[in-house]
Each structure stands twice: as C-alpha cells, then as structure tokens.
Design a binder for this molecule. Structure first.
Ligand SMILES: NC(=O)c1ccc[n+]([C@@H]2O[C@H](COP(=O)([O-])OP(=O)(O)OC[C@H]3O[C@@H](n4cnc5c(N)ncnc54)[C@H](OP(=O)(O)O)[C@@H]3O)[C@@H](O)[C@H]2O)c1
Length: 311
C-alpha cells in the first residue's frame, strides 16, 4: 500500500512516500481503508524526535493519528463494526498511523463517522475534539453560565473548544490574531482578544476556566485571568501547582487518549448542527511536506486534512 513513513527522526525531508506492507489485524482490530487523515502538531513533534523519551517507537513509523475511512475487514473477535461501515478514530499513538491507504485500529478506538459531514471533515475531528472534550467536560466540568477563556481560538483545538463550550452554555472569551477575528466570531465566541494588539491578562478577568493551548508565557499570564476557585487546564505543559495555590485556583493537564464514547458524542453534536470542524487546507498524501510545513508554521486556521483515497 502507499504510505508516508519515516525511517529516522528529523526535519520534513525524512517524510518518505513509499510502498509499505499492509497492516496485519489482530482479533479486535478493524482494517480500515483510509479516505482522509489529518495533521496535528504531535505528528511533527514525533517526526522531529521531541517525544522519543515518552513514546518509544521502532522505525519505520507511519505518522498520523486522525482518520476517517471505511472498514475493509474485521478481526475474528470484532462485534461493533462490519465491512462497509464508515468510521472515524483517533487510534493508539503507539501503533502505525493514518498517512497510508490502510490502517489497523482496535474496534474500541473507533466510532461511526458523523453522517452529515465528509470524510475529510470527519478526519479533522477526533484528536482535537477528544482533547477539547477532555479539557472542558472531563477536567474542568464546565457548567452553563461559566466564563471560559480559550487561547488560540482559530487553532485546530481552539476552534472546536469554542463550539463545545458554547454547546454547554458557557460564556466564551477567545484569543486570536486580528486576521482571524471573523472566523473565531463565527464559531460563537462572545468576546475576542486580538493577542497582537492587546494583553489578554489586562482585559480578561474572573474566568472560571482557562484553556491553555500555547504554554510558556501565555500560561503564566493566564493565572491573572482566573477567578479564585477557577481552573487552568493546559494541553502543552503541566501548570505549576505552586502558582495555582498562590492564586487560590486549580491546575490541570490533559494528554489525549483514544475514546470511542467521546467520538460518538462529538458525532452527535456535529449531526445536530452544533459543531463543525474548520478546515484550513487539504493536501494529497504526496504533498505531506507542504502539510507539515503549514502545521509547523503555527498559523493554520483550523485543521489540516490529508486526503488519501476515494470515499
Ligand atoms: N496534550 C494533548 O493531548 C494535546 C492534544 C492536542 C494538541 N496539543 C498541543 O496543543 C497545541 C495546540 O494544538 P492545535 O492543534 O490547536 O495547534 P494549531 O492548530 O497548529 O494552532 C495554530 C493556531 O494557533 C494560533 N496562535 C498561535 N500563537 C497564538 C497566540 N500566542 N495566541 C493566540 N493564538 C495563537 C494561530 O492563529 P494566528 O495565526 O491568528 O496567530 C493558529 O490559528 C500544540 O502544541 C499541540 O501539540 C496537545
């Protein structure tokens, strides 16, 4: 099958489009024909070797842990899906990923694809959507009427997080650069802060929840925007417990895991018209270098889709 593999850690030049063996499926696995994959920053962080101590891999690696496609075959113990089903998934990051014509996925990591959107759109939902859910629903337990600050409202995670918070009745403040104000407004944000012309910590206060998608200085300044008893949840680096205590607040950190139940709930929100993934750009599998370059630029507005095969 055609795949993009890396045989060593490195820059974009290590991304190699080549023939790779078909994945072998285990008892509980689905063999999925990939229609679309999506790029996430973790892809190029793994490619560059930044996560090699945390995630042990054997080369060659197929990157890409978002997928939407069609079940081609199932293992003998599979009960939930059958060949022909359209599924989507954020599969186990320690197995080969979805920059390929086929992928093997544990059936417990897959859910039926949302019916009202294309495979390209569905592929852009799992990783960022589960992350947003884990932060806002599972960790911060947001409630209707609460005030939530979401950093990088135009990013892959932020653009979904805004919609999820609004669907739960929260008041949403989002940071963005001026060029993305119309996009972020269209997602439902109640208040926007152009981070290039305003210091968000000077104008945003008394938040119940801050969702940190940036880390570093942005995370440090975010304590000033929280109210006492509020929670700062990061997906970039664990916030300091000492600073949390000093601000009478709480700190949380999320590292996404596969979650088919959350995927089913996200699909229901999408099919009810309450959420829509934003696509920044679509690339063919062969254009993987351009796709990584856009993600690494840090400027993508929404998700970057990798189109692999016919629906
Ligand atoms: N822990 C986990 O489980 C987990 C899961 C998913 C993602 N992550 C991490 O979370 C981070 C965000 O992921 P992502 O997929 O959302 O990234 P992304 O889509 O690549 O983010 C790009 C967006 O960030 C905006 N941005 C950049 N700097 C900003 C700033 N200082 N303030 C506000 N907006 C800013 C850009 O908008 P402008 O062009 O307008 O600046 C752009 O739209 C990454 O580091 C990723 O690795 C972690």
């Amino acid at each position: 099958m055609k795949a993009v593999r890396i045989h060593t850690y490195g820059g974009q030049e290590v991304l190699t489009v080549e023939d790779a063996p078909m994945p072998e499926i285990g008892e509980r696995d689905l063999l999925v024909r990939v229609v679309a994959s999506a790029i996430n920053p973790v892809d190029w962080k793994i490619r560059a070797g930044y996560l090699k101590d945390m995630l042990p891999y054997q080369f060659p690696i197929i990157l890409g842990w978002d997928v939407s496609g069609v079940v081609e075959a199932v293992g003998s113990g599979v009960t939930k899906f059958k060949p022909g089903d359209a599924i989507y998934s954020r599969p186990n990051i320690l197995r080969n990923g979805s920059y390929a014509e086929f992928i093997a996925i544990d059936e417990n990591e897959a859910a039926f694809k949302p019916k009202t959107i294309s495979h390209a759109c569905a592929a852009s939902l799992p990783l960022a959507g589960i992350t947003a859910w884990d932060v806002l629903i599972k960790t911060a337990n947001i409630q209707a009427g609460q005030r939530v600050l979401i950093h990088a409202g135009s990013g892959g995670v932020g653009s979904l997080a805004i919609q999820l918070a609004k669907a739960h009745g929260a008041h949403v403040v989002a940071t963005t650069s001026g060029k993305n104000i119309p996009l972020v407004k269209s997602l439902g944000a109640d208040q926007l802060v152009d981070y290039r012309s305003q210091q968000f910590d000077h104008v945003v206060h008394e938040m119940d929840v801050v969702f940190d998608t940036i880390g570093g200085e942005v995370q440090e300044k975010s304590w000033a925007s929280l109210k006492a008893g509020g929670i700062l949840v990061s997906i970039v680096s664990p916030p300091s417990a000492e600073l949390a205590a000093a601000h009478s607040a709480r700190a949380g950190f999320v590292f996404i895991q596969p979650d088919a139940e959350v995927l089913a709930q996200l699909a229901a929100l999408v099919d009810a018209g309450k959420m829509r993934p934003i696509i920044a750009a679509e690339f063919a599998l062969e254009d993987i270098v351009k796709a990584h370059a856009l993600s690494e630029s840090g400027r993508a507005d929404g998700k970057i889709v990798l189109y692999v095969g016919k629906p």
